[in-house]
Design a protein around this ligand. Sequence first.
Ligand code: PMP
Length: 403
Amino acid sequence: AQTRVANFGAGPSALPESVLLEAASALINFNNTGIGIAEISHRSKEFESYIRNTAQLVREILEVPETHEVLFMQGGGTGQFSAVLLNLLARHRLLHPDIPEKDRVADYVVSGSWSKAAYTEATRLANGATVRIAADSRPHSADGKSFSGLPPHSSYSFSPDPALIYYCENETVSGTQFAGVEGTPSSFPFHLLPDKPLLPLVGDYSSSFMSRPIPRLADHAIIYAGAQKNLGPAGVTVLIVRKDVIVDVDAAAKLGGAPIPISLAYKPFATADSMPNTPSVLPLYISGLVLKRIKALGGVRYYEQFSRRKQERVYGVLKEGKERGVLVPKVREGEGSWMNIVFGINGEGAEKRFLDGAEERGLKFLKGHRSVGGIRVSLYNNVTDEWTDSVVAYIREFVEQEA
Ligand code: PMP
C-alpha cells in the first residue's frame, strides 16, 4: 500500500484500494466458484446475476425511472459517438418514414474537444441526414477559437424536431462543465429545448458520471459514460436509455439510411441483459464493486459534497496563483469543471519545472492533454482528500517560488 502514489490522471484513473484488493482475490476465485473472474463464463449463473445486480445498482444510485433501461456496452465513448447517432436516426426514420433523409437533423452543442469529436463522427456517418451545430462556445472565447467556457444561453438555436440533440456534460480536455444547478447561465439550457414530448436528448457523462446527481435525467433519451474515470477499468460503457429509443434497427434500415452494426444497436443489448455477446467481464466486475462502495458511502449526494470541497480548494489556490501573476486559468470563472481543472503557468520552462517537482513528490499525471498542453488536475471520485491537500500545498509552494 505504501508504494501507491497520488494519481491525478484524466482516465484511466485511480480506483479505491479496497476494491482493488477485493478484485485481486476474485482474479483467483470469484464468488467461491473456484474460478477467477477473468476466466469464468459470462453465461454462468454467478455472472448473470452479478451483471443484473450491477445494472440495478446504477438504477438505485441515480434513481433511474422505469421509462429507462440501464445497459452495458463496449467501444467506449467513441463507440457511442457512432451509436447514439445511428440508433436515433433509425428511431426518427421509424417515427417519420415519409420525411426525406436530409430533413432528419442532428443538433450538436459543441463546448469542447469531446463534443466536437462526437459532431465530427456524426458528419462521417450521417449518410444524407443533416448534422448541425446548435451552439458553439468557441466564438465566445477571447481568441475566438478556444474552448474556454460554455456557450451563452442566448446563442443556442435548436431545430424544431431534431432526431438528436447532443451535449457533453463535462469536457475532460478543455475543463468546462455544465453547472449542476439549473437556471444558472452555465447550466444546460433545458428551457430552450423544442417543446416536444420524448426529446431525443443525449448527454455524454463520461467524465462526471456518479460524481453528482444528473439534472433532468428522466428527460434524456440517452445518457452514457465510459467507465474509466469514476467507475472502473476501461472496457465498459454504461448507458441509460429511454425505452422508445430501443428500436428495431433492421426495420429502420429498410426505410433508408445505412444498416447499423449489431454491436452498436441498443435493442439486442436491451433484450439480453447487456449480453448479446461476450461483455467485458472483468471491467464490469470491478465497476460493480465500485458501485457498491458508492452506494454504501451515501450515493451521488455524498460524492457531490466531496467533489464540491475538493474543487473549491484547487480553484482557490488557482485564484491565489493568478493574483500573484504565476498561474493562468484556462476557463472562465463559474464555468469550470469539478472533475478536470486546467490552467497554464507563466514563464519560460515553468510548466516543466512544475511537473518535475510534482513527480518528485509523487503527484502523478498532472500534465494537460497533449492537444492543449498546460496543467490538468483531475479530481475524480477516487482522488482522496489527502491527495487534494498535497496537490494544493504543492501548487501554493510553487507559486511562492515563482512569484
Ligand atoms: N467523452 C468524454 C467526455 C471523454 O472524456 C472521453 C475520453 N476520455 C471520450 C468521450 C472518449 O472515450 P473513449 O476513450 O472511451 O472512446
